[in-house]
Ligand binder design. Sequence first.
Ligand SMILES: O=P(O)(O)OC[C@H]1O[C@H](O[C@H]2O[C@H](CO)[C@@H](O)[C@H](O)[C@H]2O)[C@H](O)[C@@H](O)[C@@H]1O
Length: 262
Amino acid sequence: MTHFPPSAISEFDAFTAAIGDRTPALFLDYDGTLAAIAPRPDLAVMPEEARAVVRRLSALCPVAFVSGRDLDDLAAMVALDDLVFAGSHGFDLRGPDLRRQVGVEYVPDLDAAERSLHDRLGGIAGALVERKRFAIAIHTRQVAPPEKPVVADTVRAVAQEQARLRVTGGKELFELRPNLPWDKGRAVLALLETLGLEGDGTVPIYLGDDETDEDAFRALAGRGIGIRVMDGAAETAATWSLRDPAEAAAFLGRLADWLAEG
Ligand SMILES: O=P(O)(O)OC[C@H]1O[C@H](O[C@H]2O[C@H](CO)[C@@H](O)[C@H](O)[C@H]2O)[C@H](O)[C@@H](O)[C@@H]1O
């Protein structure tokens, strides 16, 4: 059932009461959460104010980015040193003392799917195939509405050819990724363990806007806090909301102030 959880910024006192005396460990999605959705992936730039507040927060608590983007692309877009980054929906993890990749044996399947997608979608104006190390995004945002079902059918056909991959969705895109029990939620749980953040003194807080972020909200249910960036009611396992990336940056600023005050 759809609903609109309470606002983490309008009800900031109630939000911080939920944190209590624990230290947050922040997990941040990129597209649609800190960078506004744009016509093409390369145009979705995080505002400098958001970068500054994340930099400030990283001196106050652990901060990681968890994104569907390729790891190197994500790190370049965020452009902040010494953070933990999880690219390809959590299949590709890197941090100051951390390197882990899940699904390396699926790279040939993704390579074959990528070739097939380029061959089949080359004639469809606006269809964009974005290869990440452990996933492929097929974007439909720039495709004319009558052609979008053709892209959907093509993705399904390629997924049938490459039976070790599965299709997931998102905002105006399909994704092909290894058919493994791994997602952003499992990646966040793995990071909590690897980074020694599983104790009662830490509360994981995850900000995200899309269906792949729901895996993380579900994984943290009962042990952490999920905040969905959303502009209308939706089905979500998050218990708090923010309206858009601008409000998400403003919220992070207030959180930094609150943490700095001790
Ligand atoms: O997990 P995220 O950081 O939210 O990444 C999810 C996907 O985001 C990107 O696509 C989305 O943003 C684009 C730029 O605003 C937009 O044009 C597209 O329609 C959105 O779906 C990114 O390109 C994908 O690789 C990510 O998986």
